[in-house]
Design a protein around this ligand. Structure first.
Ligand SMILES: NC(=O)c1ccc[n+]([C@@H]2O[C@H](COP(=O)([O-])OP(=O)(O)OC[C@H]3O[C@@H](n4cnc5c(N)ncnc54)[C@H](OP(=O)(O)O)[C@@H]3O)[C@@H](O)[C@H]2O)c1
Length: 245
């Protein structure tokens, strides 16, 4: 796919969405959901990952480059009504923070901004974490940093900047993920530790669905929903315990 070339059909009323981190597993699902909904799609991914998007050739505009490259992001988000960003704390050089800051700075005013991260991110400090999540952050986190593989604090800082921004943001906090067919739109809660989230499992395809659906859901502006699959035991138990209309 040629750099910056428009491969998609265009129409005057079509909304344009940029997907930052389009070549990853979550990103590819988001591309598909966005196309299914009729959005014009622009994507950003590392140069080496361009072939991972071959299946979408001719249907999206691709901007190859690092997602924390401000010039790449500036071009990619130009004219976009929404930007969906995969925040990945890879390496120890503030990759997620640089990515988030570039999107915050260059997205057009009023654009809908949706970011992905994990349950370990907290908006108001009122999340209640299991020992497993605490261990992951306290033990695996420093080990990953020591190996210069990943830096969880980078995603924390990225989200802190998003929360403090004056943009129309949503930060979607993913549970543990699995592959498989869609089970529909995940359910969510404001706080990790709430019973509905107990199963801690979401299909990746549905995480992507939640990200794309958030574009049109103004109730999610300035929220950090923690999500879980709608067919999980905890979600079903919550649904059966909740009185109907
Ligand atoms: N994995 C989980 O269980 C889990 C749980 C909760 C939340 N999440 C969240 O879900 C989102 C997607 O995560 P995922 O684990 O499912 O992976 P993913 O969708 O495959 O995304 C990984 C991303 O990291 C990029 N990447 C890989 N190596 C890199 C490197 N060395 N330098 C820079 N970028 C690199 C990939 O780009 P390329 O395509 O160019 O390699 C891709 O965009 C993240 O926001 C994560 O925090 C994940």
């Amino acid at each position: 796919m040629e750099k910056g070339q428009d491969h998609g059909a265009s129409g005057p009323a079509r909304q344009k969405v940029c997907i930052v981190g389009a070549s990853g597993k979550l990103g590819q699902y988001m591309v598909q959901h966005a196309l299914d909904r009729g959005y014009e799609v622009a994507g950003v991914c590392r140069e080496t990952s361009v072939p991972k998007l071959d299946a979408f050739r001719g249907r999206i505009t691709l901007h190859p480059g690092a997602t924390d490259d401000r010039e790449v992001i500036k071009r990619a988000v130009d004219g976009c009504d929404a930007v969906l960003t995969v925040l990945v704390p890879r390496g120890v050089h503030g990759y997620a923070t640089g990515t988030a800051q570039a999107v915050l700075d260059h997205a057009q005013p009023g654009a809908r901004l949706v970011f992905s991260c994990g349950w370990h991110i907290t908006l108001d400090g009122r999340d209640v974490y299991s020992w497993k999540i605490k261990a992951l952050v306290k033990v695996a986190g420093p080990l990953a940093r020591l190996a210069r593989f990943a830096d969880l604090d980078d995603q924390v800082e990225a989200c802190r900047r998003v929360f403090a921004s004056g943009t129309r943001w949503t930060v979607v906090r993913g549970s543990d993920l699995e592959e498989g067919d869609s089970q529909g739109l995940p359910v969510w809660s404001r706080h990790v530790g709430d019973p509905i989230l107990h199963s801690n499992r979401t299909r990746r395809i549905d995480f992507a669905l939640f990200m794309v659906e958030a574009i049109g859901n103004d109730d999610l502006v300035h929220e950090a929903p923690a999500i879980v699959g709608r067919q999980t035991l905890s979600a079903l138990a919550h649904a059966s315990a909740t009185p109907g209309p």
